[in-house]
Design a protein around this ligand. Structure first.
Ligand SMILES: Nc1nc2c(c(=O)[nH]1)N[C@@H](CNc1ccc(C(=O)N[C@@H](CCC(=O)N[C@@H](CCC(=O)N[C@@H](CCC(=O)O)C(=O)O)C(=O)O)C(=O)O)cc1)CN2
Ligand SMILES: [Zn+2]
Length: 788
């Protein structure tokens, strides 16, 4: 059964490596270059030059940090997304983009961006969460008609570029099983079609791809297979197991060395479990496991024998969080693994995931408090950690000593444990998690709000114009005063309020101009958090966030949003909706302390938000939305762990909102994920109104909502805010008609899929005009008054 290594000598896997490195650039150079190109301010060669400079900079930096061995520096550049890059390499581009392909089938760079971003009536690929991270990939569309063929090889050129600079890098590509599991059936695929059924055809293209790497001189290639750590696919574990076996036997045995490089298959983000044995029975030369979020694989005699002469790449340095590694604990994990596998198996040291989830370096954070900084490791510092672990405590004693000092300092630092915060969470009782009965709430809210049927609203943010961002940058640089800044924000709020009145919307928002980001803004105003200056992390395409660092017990020193919301309310007679970010999303989009359960941290954040809602209520704000777009993001990848997560996450939202009076209408909002499988948990949030992304996935969520018996208000988004495309009134009318049939008149709200912050004003105004016009048409059919 087990595969025997052929005698062709296998290159040694480097003792220390990282699974991937940030691509956006230390100062977001790639973002700026790509956006200039989109704006017509830069040419393809100019963009290419910036990209090349970034790749060179990364190789030089990583070599300088000590990743000197062959194949220890990853080569993982992509202009937009690594899944889209695979689709482009193997020609798996939907037919609606056929005209963008050259004679050989390849896309040029503008073509690639069109597939990513859409154009006119041509919808882009769908975008969704990459495992349990805030990175988003583009969803390939695969059908029986997809022709897999290696049509272009920028990844091979990037390898050759490194080689010509004297560096033997290790190309990193998404593996074939993960690629297909992340894909969705194309528009023309028959009902029930599974993209995984195309595996054998895709493997032919990967075979050519691996040959091309070998010809270019690559010694090792990394194939990322994070899909192997999840058991939450439509396919059964047996089907995934079979696919892994077939894929990697085809790529390792049927394609023999030296026709291909040595293969390293990495399975980050959780426990690899039984898929480890599947891989061990193929001929892949190295297997990567996540020992931070996951457990070590079971190693029995058969696996041990099958692995002889090969390498396990142990991910013991967290690629997804920023705390310095406890080197003693990590070294102990390595020792246990070495013992389990025996002397025949090589153990190398790595990060648990690619470092795309963390910023470049703590050295570029002049404003970070020195003590906090000393607790942190960003990408570059993690390279030092993998090297220290590979060397071991004997050869790198200072690193180990420092690691112990840091751990002790962190545990004892003021603010990490705040007794008053602990007392408050310790005193919570069941009643703190429950609101009054829903029918009573509806009656109380109706009396206050007096809304028409199918009330219209937006999700919170209006376009973040460059004037707003420049004003914030000027405040930071001390070029304008805080008074001038606040005056500018109020002027924007007044403008956005009067725009919404003109448009005829029913429940108004202040537009969130004062927020740099919906999580960072709250982090800046809560105790227990720190924010970075240059800690940018790619979220999708050119969009980045600076995740905040939640390091201590969380509390709210003063009201945060009340001033802005009451100012907005003072400018109109219509109801204004206060706008908060929920506890789960605040955690998901921050780097969270790793010294206590997430559930405890979530409840601390929830109590701070609960106080904010009480203050909004006292100030007369009748509606408060608590956004939880990341509720689905943190869902564990293994089914067995999911219920415990849903229990604490839903509870923290309820803790945040359950102090509200019956008459206060609580909204929530979810987006960027497929919510079908967590619809029960969404119902469990007990919000009075839930707005949920729906238009982008053509209202696929509706059957889940109506099937779940969801009894409260629901606003399935009626237009996609991810492209500048303006939906027609007729189109929105159709979606509303479908939604009405599914959820009924009493419950239906009308809103876009998500906030408008990434959009421009011209398309925003037109789209909202159409939204209001469509609502009036549908109301008329209901015989209801058209105007609220
Ligand atoms: N944290 C987070 N995660 C999320 C979302 C989200 O909104 N927040 N939404 C979903 C999709 N992801 C997204 C992630 C980022 C952005 C986004 O718009 N990011 C902005 C940055 C937002 C920001 O932090 N803005 C700051 C800093 C802006 C800036 O770059 N300022 C310039 C100066 C001003 C200018 O020239 O514009 C500078 O510092 O150089 C501000 O407004 O203050 C970007 O990449 O451009 C949108 C969606 C899921 N995950
Ligand atoms: Zn949203």
């Amino acid at each position: 059964m087990s595969y025997q290594q052929p005698s062709t000598s296998v290159p040694t896997f480097p003792a220390a490596t990282v699974l991937g490195y940030p691509r956006i650039g230390p100062r977001r150079e790639l973002k700026r270059a790509v956006e200039s190109f989109w704006a017509g301010r830069a040419t393809v060669p100019e963009l290419g030059a910036v990209a090349r400079e970034l790749r060179t900079g990364t190789r030089t930096r990583l070599a300088g940090l000590g990743l000197g061995e062959d194949a220890s520096i990853p080569s993982d550049f992509t202009f937009y997304d690594q899944v889209l890059s695979v689709a482009a390499h193997v020609g798996a581009i939907p037919d609606r983009f056929a005209d963008l392909r050259g004679p050989g089938g390849a896309l040029d760079l503008p073509g690639l961006f069109t597939v990513a971003r859409g154009e006119g009536d041509r919808a882009p690929l769908e975008m969704t969460k990459w495992f349990d991270s805030n990175y988003h990939y583009l969803v390939p569309e695969i059908g029986p008609e997809t022709e897999f063929r290696l049509v272009e090889t920028p990844s091979v050129k990037a390898f050759a570029e490194g080689l010509s600079d004297g560096v033997v890098t290790r190309p990193v590509i998404v593996g074939p099983v993960t690629f297909l599991l992340l894909s969705k059936p194309s528009a023309s695929a028959p009902e029930g079609f599974s993209p995984l059924s195309r595996l054998d055809d895709l493997l032919a293209a990967y075979t050519d791809w691996l040959r091309a790497f070998a010809e270019a001189g690559a010694t090792w290639v990394q194939l990322d297979e994070p899909a192997l750590v999840s058991d939450a696919w439509a396919e059964t574990p047996a089907q995934v197991s079979d696919a892994v076996g077939r894929a990697y036997r085809a790529l390792s045995v049927d394609l023999a060395r030296p026709e291909r490089p040595a293969l390293f298959v990495a399975a980050p983000y959780a426990t690899i479990g039984e898929r480890f044995a599947d891989l061990a029975q193929t001929g892949v030369e190295a297997i990567g496991v996540d020992l931070v979020r996951g457990q070590a694989p079971a190693i029995d005699g058969a696996v041990r024998a099958a692995l002889a002469g090969r390498t396990i790449v142990a991910g013991v340095v967290d690629g997804h969080n920023v705390w310095r590694t406890d080197l003693d604990a990590a070294a102990a994990k390595l020792d246990r693994l070495r013992e389990a596998v025996g002397p025949e198996v090589n153990v190398a040291v790595s990060t648990s995931t690619s470092l795309i989830h963390v910023p470049h370096t703590t050295a570029d954070e002049p404003d970070l408090e020195e003590r906090l900084r000393s607790w942190l490791a960003f990408a570059d510092e993690k390279v030092g950690e993998v090297l220290a672990l590979a060397a071991g405590p004997g050869a790198a004693p200072e690193a180990f000593t420092r690691s112990r000092e840091v751990a002790a300092d962190r545990a004892a630092a003021p603010g990490v444990v705040v007794p008053s915060v602990r007392d408050r969470t310790a005193a919570l009782t069941d009643a703190d998690f429950h609101r009054g009965d829903y029918d009573t709430r509806v009656a109380a809210q109706d009396a206050v709000l007096d809304l028409p049927p199918l009330p219209t609203t937006t999700i919170g943010s209006f376009p973040q114009t460059s004037e707003l961002r420049v004003a914030r940058a000027s405040l930071r640089k001390g070029e304008i005063t805080i008074d001038a800044y606040e005056e500018a924000m109020r002027a924007e709020i007044a403008r956005v309020i009067s725009l919404q009145e003109d448009l005829g919307l029913d429940v108004l928002v202040h537009g969130e101009p004062e927020r740099n980001d919906m999580v960072q803004y709250f982090a800046e105003n809560l105790d227990g958090f720190a924010v970075t200056q240059n800690g940018w992390v790619q979220s999708y395409g050119s969009r980045c966030t600076r995740p905040s660092i939640l390091w201590g017990d969380v509390s709210r020193p003063a009201p945060i949003t009340v001033g802005w919301s009451t100012y907005a309310a003072s400018r109109t007679d219509r109801p204004v909706k206060g706008m908060l970010t929920g506890p789960v999303t605040i955690l998901a989009w921050s780097f969270v302390r790793d010294d206590q359960p997430l559930a405890d941290t979530a409840n601390q954040v929830a109590l701070a938000l609960r106080d904010e809602i009480a203050d909004l209520e006292t100030a007369g704000i009748p509606v408060v939305q608590v956004d939880e777009p990341a509720l689905r993001e943190l869902l564990p990848l293994r089914r067995a762990d999911q219920q415990a997560y849903l229990d604490w996450s839903v509870a923290s939202f309820r803790l945040a909102t359950a102090g509200a009076a019956d008459a206060t209408q609580i909204h929530t909002h979810l987006c960027y994920s497929e919510f079908g499988e967590v619809i029960g948990a969404i119902d469990g949030l007990d919000a009075d109104v839930t707005s949920i992304e729906a238009a982008r996935s053509k209202m696929e969520i509706l059957p889940d909502i109506s099937g779940s018996g969801f009894a409260r208000g629901i606003g399935p988004g009626v237009y996609d805010i991810h492209s500048p495309r303006v939906p027609s009134t007729a189109e929105i009318t159709d979606l509303l008609t479908a939604a009405l049939a599914s959820v009924g008149e009493r419950k239906l709200w009308v809103n876009p899929d998500c906030g408008l912050k990434t959009r421009g004003y011209p398309e925003t105004v037109s789209s909202l005009e159409h939204l209001v016009a469509a609502t009036r048409t549908v109301r008329e059919r209901l015989g209801a008054p058209v105007q609220g």
